[in-house]
Design a protein around this ligand. Structure first.
Ligand code: NAD
Length: 428
């Protein structure tokens, strides 16, 4: 089945990330004996759009062409859902791979979406606010025919935020002639954004801690937790872990890390970052360590919440944690994953562990469509329910297939998608 990985049919999306996503899919498809015709269709995205548009810096008369992308991996499950990233190295292959992962993530937690992803190849740190607004509005105009509340619903990702979502929503609404809050999620609450969306990924991650810890004979109360990355995901994960009774012994961001075996005051660390923009200079009564040291620090639980590819074959052998729960997307390389499995370390994979974000995005979309908004406690309660059901189901697949949780999660996601595709059949 996998003989034509990146053969002629896949060249358009070729990139390291896409190769990895496809080979991971092929392995799981082989393992579960997936219908060959379904496998053939799921290996390639259904729609890929590349746009170019003119862009002029504020203080320049020169026009440059910016490249934008929107890839919709699968349209069989409902509208598609996925973030928009602004980054200097965004490309079609990366966006296609992330769209495919979104399909599995939505299917694993049972959301009525296929996966999508988009982006603009631009360095957002070099843009003024008004430049960023113009890039956002023109990109939205270029992709306007393929997005919409019943078609494809963007959300924030790297380099984009609530404000960018507000501009996308406004541009779309101007074009169609009426206000359409449900066209994006991750908006400011003033425009129909959901309360508790900001905290959702970190909270959802930590809501799985008691069940995951129990699998390896640990208790949440007093368990030592290290958090790599202290942005949106990491800070709320650290806070939720602290509130759940765990002892947060290490945290880090791009500026480096801190270790305190007696526990770090997470509230104090958050206040520091809000004031100084990073953890630089913060000691929290502990010792300064490097970012890399946080990953191999003496802890029972490790939450990688920064970025992709940080756990590799070079450090996987030195990790002391017994449980790793992936807040970031793709923090563990395939070769590191093998080492961790061989060492008996339990890994709760990204497609399950960080699905709290898209789950609360789903709640936001539902609330916008109904113009009826839920309380924070309703949202948090439903998030916990969905995450914990998905965890139990993935664990059930892992036990019945005698496999690791990542493989089990993908089997569960691919099976749900495949059942839907088989039931729909082929048109015409
Ligand atoms: P963010 O930009 O808010 O935070 C990233 C954090 O990681 C920052 O503290 C930054 O300083 C730190 N960091 C960056 N590079 C680092 C490095 N090399 N070493 C150590 N620290 C580093 O981003 P975020 O929204 O928290 O997203 C983090 C990860 O989680 C990404 O992989 C993202 O795709 C994934 N994710 C985010 C959400 C969400 O809802 N925000 C949902 C699912 C997955």
């Amino acid at each position: 089945m996998s003989q034509h990985i990146l053969g002629d049919g896949l060249r358009e999306w070729d990139s390291p990330l896409y190769r990895e996503a496809v080979s991971q899919f092929d392995r799981v498809a082989d393992l579960m004996g997936l219908d060959a015709n379904i496998a053939e269709r799921l290996r390639v995205p259904q729609r890929s759009m590349i746009v170019t548009f003119p862009y002029r810096h504020e203080n320049s008369s020169e026009v440059e062409s910016l490249f934008g992308y929107r890839v919709q991996h699968l349209l069989s499950m409902g509208p598609t859902k996925g973030g928009v990233r602004f980054a200097p190295d965004v490309n079609l292959g990366e966006v296609a791979a992330l769209a495919m992962l979104m399909t599995w993530k939505c299917a694993i937690v049972g959301l009525p979406f296929g996966g999508s992803k988009g982006g603009v190849r631009v360095d957002p740190t070099l843009l003024t606010r008004s430049e960023k607004q113009r890039v956002t509005r023109r990109y939205t105009t270029e992709i306007i025919n393929v997005i919409g509340p019943n078609k494809d619903i963007p959300a924030p990702d790297m380099g984009t935020d609530e404000q960018v979502m507000a501009w996308i929503m406004d541009t779309y609404s101007q074009q169609v002639g009426h206000t359409v809050p449900a066209v994006v999620t991750g908006k400011p609450p003033a425009l129909g954004g959901s309360v508790a969306r900001r905290e959702a990924t970190g909270r959802g991650l930590v809501s799985l801690l008691p069940a995951a810890a129990q699998q390896i004979g640990l208790k949440t109360d007093g368990v030592a937790v290290a958090v790599h990355g202290f942005g949106n995901v990491g800070r709320y994960a650290a806070l939720a872990a602290h509130q759940a009774g765990a002892k947060v012994v290490a945290i880090s961001d791009i500026a480096g890390g801190i270790y305190n075996g007696n526990g770090i005051d997470v509230d104090e660390a958050i206040q520091w970052v809000d004031l100084h923009r990073s953890l630089e200079g913060f000691t929290g009564g502990g010792d300064r360590i490097t970012n890399d040291e946080v990953l191999i620090i003496d802890t029972e639980v490790l939450l990688p919440c920064a970025t992709g590819g940080v756990i590799t074959e070079h450090n996987a052998g030195a990790i002391k944690a017994k449980l790793i729960m992936e807040g970031a997307n793709g923090p563990t390389t395939i070769s590191a994953d093998r080492i961790l499995n061989d060492r008996g370390i339990l890994v709760v994979p990204d497609v399950l562990a960080n699905a709290g974000g898209v789950t609360v995005s789903y709640f936001e979309w539902v609330q916008d469509l109904q113009n009826y908004f839920w309380s924070e406690s309703e949202i948090v309660g439903r998030l916990r329910e969905i995450m914990s059901r998905a965890f139990d189901e993935v664990m059930g697949v892992a036990i019945s297939h005698k496999t690791d949780m990542r493989t089990a999660a993908l089997i569960k996601g691919v099976r749900r998608v495949s059942d839907a595709k088989l039931a729909r059949g082929i048109f015409p």
